[in-house]
Design a binder for this molecule. Structure first.
Ligand code: PLP
Length: 368
């Protein structure tokens, strides 16, 4: 990568490999069988990654990750359904906002900025309110970086006989998902997160008998995953113009994911990035929002230094001058910033980042 290109420490878009970018250098006919074969292989590989080939189908949809979340909610939750949203950050809140837009009833267990949802509290709420048809949960809440207790919550939802919809946007591909042991109706991710593709579409892994019963649920034509699925099964094509170049790049990214050792290989690299980054940042005097047990290998939130010379915009601009793009914080209660661990990020870049951090603190005359 040329030294001119800034390094993204954000949770998607992320830095992609040169070979993934190069896969975009051809033009494809959206109806042509060569492109249909790419779509079919992408869908197949996604199911394989989740060990879901026997039970689920993969339905991709154009747009960013939020489009896929909205499409999944609108397709799976009937008009008279009700969703319990487990919130501990911005993405949980966005799920509730999507449901409000599409006129689906919802209620929430809101844990604030970062506390994890408690399985016992979920069980109690489900027992109390039989009108709740679905539970929505964010796997890794990217706004704080917390890894939510997905397996425990999924078990509680299964026991209560409700449907579980998981926003696994920033987790899928790096954190293990096994559809045969993790019970879910739908699990959603997007091209530009841990698989390391470029942005342009999202996808849902949906339990097939559940999707078969969803005809007529959707509030939106273009976000109707039932219709998208039926059409794709019948023709091999996307219903409306697909992001052809993005899909081709994603197939290349999936092959590179496999070559790196699949989900386990990616997890190992991202966890190493996190450990190296957190240790180095702590050595510089920064503090993490979360205790070690809750830190995800996706992104970590750091408190902004309580120093009179610290100002986020200047900190950001100076790091950018050193070629690193960091991510602002999303906490309501404390000033913070975030550093992502995903994308084409290796020891070398982490060490360069830590050097840049030290230099910027020096430039800003901040001693921690
Ligand atoms: C990235 C992300 C999304 C999708 O955000 P977009 O801006 O629409 O791509 C949704 N949920 C989580 C947890 C995410 O990390």
């Amino acid at each position: 990568m040329s030294s001119q290109q800034p390094f993204l420490l954000t949770p998607g878009p992320i830095n992609t490999s040169m070979s993934t970018k190069q896969a975009m250098l051809s033009d494809w006919g959206s109806w042509d069988q060569d492109f249909n074969a790419i779509t079919a292989e992408v869908r197949q590989r996604i199911l394989q990654l989740a060990n879901a080939e026997q039970s689920h189908v993969c339905v991709p949809v154009q747009g960013s990750g939020s489009f896929a979340v909205e499409a999944t909610l609108g397709t799976l939750v009937p008009k008279d359904g009700k969703v319990l949203v487990l919130m501990n950050g911005a993405y949980g809140k966005r799920i509730a906002q999507s449901l409000a837009y599409m006129g689906r009833e919802s209620c929430a267990i809101d844990m604030g900025d970062y506390a994890p949802p408690q399985p016992e509290a979920v069980a109690a709420r489900l027992a109390e309110d039989p009108s709740i048809s679905h539970v929505a949960l964010v796997f890794c809440e990217t706004s704080s970086g917390i890894l939510n207790p997905v397996a425990e919550i999924a078990e509680v939802v299964r026991q209560a006989g409700r449907g579980l919809i998981i926003d696994a946007m920033s987790a899928f591909g790096a954190l293990p998902v096994d559809a045969q042991t993790l019970p879910f109706d739908a699990l959603i991710s997007a091209a530009n997160k841990c698989i390391e593709g470029v942005p342009g579409f999202g996808y849902a892994i949906i339990r097939q008998p559940v999707l078969e019963a969803c005809e007529g649920n959707a509030h939106s034509l273009s976000l109707d995953l039932y219709d998208q699925w039926r059409y794709m099964e019948k023709t091999g094509q996307w219903r409306f113009t697909p992001p052809t170049h993005v899909v081709a790049a994603f197939l290349q990214a999936l092959k590179e994911h496999e070559a790196e050792g699949g989900t386990a290989g990616r997890y190992a690299r991202y966890a190493r990035n996190r450990d190296r980054m957190v240790a180095g940042m702590r050595q510089l005097g920064f503090r993490t929002l979360l205790e070690d047990q809750w830190l995800s290998p996706i992104i970590t939130t750091f408190f902004s230094p309580a120093h009179e010379n610290f100002e986020f915009r200047e900190f950001y601009d100076r790091l950018k001058a050193h070629n690193f793009i960091i991510y602002p914080g999303k906490l309501t209660e404390a000033e913070s910033f975030r550093l992502g661990h995903i994308g084409q990020l290796f020891d070398e870049q982490v060490d360069q980042l830590l050097e840049a951090m030290a230099a910027v603190l020096d430039e800003m005359q901040i001693t921690l």
